[in-house]
Ligand binder design. Structure first.
Ligand code: BGC
Ligand code: CA
Length: 436
């Protein structure tokens, strides 16, 4: 938390400066957001601002504009205009938590974990999307904590191994764990990207099929299941591990997964979607109101909404807000049962006199994504009312950007945009439309 605090303080200071400059520019010398805000407020309609589409507030969320093979951030997209931001969460901090949570469980249950008693603690890993930062981070976090990580070019290899029951795969190695004077081997028995034939990633049904295939040939060796998310984790849990009593660890703290902890689901990680959903809409709200971007975030707004630095930080250079993660296990899951409840410190209604209704176009890359549809979107829908935003929600097919961009034929009808890309490399498919 120390680091997060320092980062937040630095960011707040930097922000103060930015906000001053930005504020002066927009109210002083341009017909930008401030005058746009006034005119659309006066006509009390939405989408009537005279702001050019390329200058409207834009927030990327959940899938950070970046190169899907190297992870390098796409700063062109992240600084598309002065009111562009990214909202996500700290993928590395969360991944480390996930790995540690699994390792802690293994140690605490060492007497019973090795189901076939061969001295090998075998796990299988469901990978969401080999080109998605969050998925890569989680694969690395699990391997690092379990001692199975192998480095390539200075970073942990996050490639799927396929099947590795004999321990010969090169993307991982066998880990060793010593407890109570006994030494165990930890082995990644299998891992694969859960992508369906149509191309949709993080695919729960594919994970359900995979666990069926794996258990049919080496089910007795599987002692632990790790999954890059709860959608896939729950699919495997329902297909096999619930009945077999094998702990399954996911990510996202979706309501069904949290509830399943009572039935033997091992645990999950909350990425504080309640904070992220708020930030996603809040940065747009602030830009539309022409106020300091920190309003209602690090600095209380007039309704009393404010976040503290134990739940998020802002990285000014990356123009990115990151929520912090929390482990959810048998010890604390009761506190996480309602995954779509707004975060109390930011649950106050804004005054429509100062924050008049505005319209926002927002897309979800795949309407079938468990986390986004079951947790994130319901949260957004709770916050849009509180923030006086009229949001049009577009659900994609998870396969092509065109399926989504086709439904942004008239960007002029909206005051701001919130974008969740299918592929993190594809920001230009959206910015091209806004630049026309
Ligand atoms: C979530 C996944 C989800 C993905 C979609 C991740 O942050 O953990 O569950 O499928 O976002 O982009
Ligand atoms: Ca074993």
């Amino acid at each position: 938390m120390k680091k997060a605090l320092a980062l937040t303080l630095a960011a707040t200071m930097a922000l103060g400066l930015t906000a001053c400059t930005g504020g002066t520019t927009s109210s002083g010398s341009t017909t930008g957001s401030t005058s746009g805000t006034t005119s659309s407020a006066a006509s009390s309609g939405t989408g009537t601002s005279q702001v050019a589409n390329k200058d409207k507030p834009l927030v990327w969320f959940n899938r950070q504009p970046s190169n899907s093979s190297t992870g390098e951030l796409d700063m062109n997209a992240l600084s598309f205009n002065k009111d562009t931001y990214y909202v996500g969460f700290d993928a590395n901090q969360g991944a480390e938590l996930q790995g540690t949570m699994i390792m802690d469980y293994i140690k605490a249950n060492i007497d019973t974990i090795d189901r076939n008693g061969d001295g090998i603690i075998g796990y299988v890993l469901a990978i969401g999307d080999i080109g998605h930062n969050d998925s890569i981070a989680r694969t690395r976090g699990v391997r690092a904590a379990l001692g199975t990580a192998v480095e390539v070019n200075g970073a942990i290899d996050s490639a799927p191994v396929g099947t590795n029951t004999d321990g010969t795969a090169t993307a991982v190695k066998d880990g060793t764990l010593e407890v109570n004077g006994k030494t165990y081997t930890i082995r990644e028995l299998a891992s694969q990207e859960m992508k369906n034939s149509a191309g949709a990633t993080w695919d729960a049904a594919t994970a359900g099929n995979a666990i069926g295939t794996w258990t049919a040939s080496f089910g007795d060796s599987i002692d632990v299941i790790a999954s890059n998310n709860d959608g896939m984790g729950m699919s495997m849990f329902n297909a096999w591990s619930k009945e077999s009593g094998v702990p399954t660890f996911g990510y996202d703290a979706n309501a069904d997964a949290v509830a399943a902890i009572a039935e033997g689901y091992g645990g999950t990680i909350s990425q504080h979607a309640d904070v992220q959903a708020y930030l996603t809409l809040r940065v747009l709200r602030n830009a539309l109101d022409g106020v300091d971007i920190d309003t209602g975030i690090g600095t209380a707004d007039s309704a009393g909404n404010v976040l503290t630095d134990d739940v998020y930080y802002y990285d000014e250079e990356q123009r990115s807000y990151y929520a912090l993660n929390v482990a959810v296990t048998a010890e604390n899951y009761q506190d996480f049962m309602d995954s779509t409840k707004v975060y109390e410190p930011v649950s106050n209604q804004l005054d429509a006199a100062t924050s008049p209704e505005k319209s926002v176009w927002l897309n979800i890359y795949n309407s079938a994504d468990n986390f986004l549809s079951a947790t994130y979107q319901p949260l957004l829908q709770n916050y849009d009312d509180l923030l006086n935003l009229k949001v049009e929600y577009i659900g994609g097919d998870g396969q092509t950007e065109a399926n989504i961009t086709n439904r942004l034929s008239n960007p002029s009808a909206y005051d701001a945009f919130a974008i969740n890309m299918v592929k993190t490399d594809n920001s230009a498919s959206y910015t091209a439309l806004l630049s026309q």
